[in-house]
Design a protein around this ligand. Structure first.
Ligand code: SF4
Length: 341
């Protein structure tokens, strides 16, 4: 049976082509993203494609929270930076460092007037993120896996950082057992994935991402989420909004094919196999799809590829940024006036 990693790649590919399950939406898909405390397997950022195109002016690299603070608050006219920007909540010298970073990246106008550092907005940072959807991949979702996952999903629901939380599982051809559904919080959706296709077994509830959320710090063993028994803290809506944008920025930079940067396509056993529209890494030595973790510097079966073999396109299936480029290309095609109009 394929490892969870391969299942995750299939889910990412499916989401990139077919999200949401009943409709069409422009998306940026990434994997293994989240916060310091919680990493989601697959992150689907639903986007406004026009705004995403404007986001492109800031370059392919992500804007971290400090850069976002500066570029989003930069004034339209030249101003002393301390007049223009809201109190950063840290010494101003850190803001000056960020301004110089923004200047180096050509995303902010910066000049010195006498002793004073002045800034001016180069581009308006667009509102490109519409919704964020978190998907947990569990190819073999039996009752005990569902029980193990429940705590995590309850945390996700209580914090409500993502607009929707889903579990993706391998389709077995049978209905998802009602007993298994009972193990899951009702707010979490369930997708059954079969190769390049997916069906909804349970629709999720939209979470309130604008209101304060609850971060569960500790919960009674195995118990269901219960505010009276758990230790928790409130997370203000503003903090959640900032975190969501940081996650979206990381998704924008990385895409879901970033695993290609750590795997070993220079190994003679490394192959790419087509599965429908998806290309999956395959290890000839192991006779199966390998995980990103095992196909690394430390793999004991690594053998260098003879230079004459360099025939594979790389990175796999177009690299991390290609999904976004395709999305924008489609958008341009849609907007291009037809020759007959
Ligand atoms: S032998 Fe190891 S390094 Fe080579 S393709 Fe297989 S997993 Fe990757």
């Amino acid at each position: 049976m394929d490892p969870e990693f391969v299942f995750e790649l299939r889910t990412c590919r499916w989401a990139e082509r077919s999200w949401p399950p009943a409709g069409t939406q422009d998306v940026v898909v990434a994997r293994q993203l989240g916060t310091k405390r919680r990493r989601w397997d697959t992150v689907v950022v639903e986007v406004d494609a026009d705004a995403l195109a404007r986001r492109g002016r800031f370059g392919r690299r992500r804007l971290d929270s400090d850069l976002l603070h500066v570029v989003r608050n930069a004034p339209a006219e030249w101003s002393w930076y301390q007049d223009a920007l809201p109190d950063p909540g840290c010494p101003w010298r850190y803001v000056r460092e960020t301004i110089h970073r923004a200047d180096d990246r050509d995303i902010l106008d910066v000049r010195k007037q006498g002793n004073r550092l002045q800034i001016r907005r180069r581009y308006r940072y667009p509102d490109w993120v519409e919704r964020i959807v978190a998907i947990e991949n569990k190819p073999d979702l039996d009752a005990s896996a569902a029980r193990a996952l429940r705590g995590q999903l309850e945390r996700d629901v209580a914090l409500s950082l993502a607009d929707e939380v889903w579990v993706a599982t391998r389709s077995t051809g049978n209905q998802v057992e009602p007993a298994l559904l009972e193990e899951m919080p009702v707010e979490a959706g369930i997708l059954t994935v079969d190769g390049g296709d997916a069906e909804v077994a349970w629709y999720p509830r939209s979470l309130d991402v604008d209101s304060p959320g609850t971060r569960i710090l500790e919960r009674p063993d195995g118990g269901k989420y219960d505010q009276s028994a758990a230790r928790f803290e409130y997370v203000p809506g503003e903090e959640k909004r900032a975190k969501r944008l940081e996650i979206a920025e990381r998704a924008y930079e990385r895409g879901w094919r970033s695993y290609t940067k750590t795997m070993r396509p220079d190994c003679r056993h490394f192959q790419l196999r087509h599965e429908g529209a998806t290309m999956l890494p395959y290890c000839g030595a192991k006779g199966r799809c390998q995980t990103a973790a095992e196909c690394s510097q430390s793999c004991s079966r690594f053998e260098p590829e003879p230079p004459a073999w360099r025939q594979y396109g790389w990175p796999i299936d177009g690299g991390p940024g290609k999904g976004i480029q395709r999305l924008l290309e489609r958008r341009r095609e849609r907007e291009r006036p037809s020759p007959h109009s």
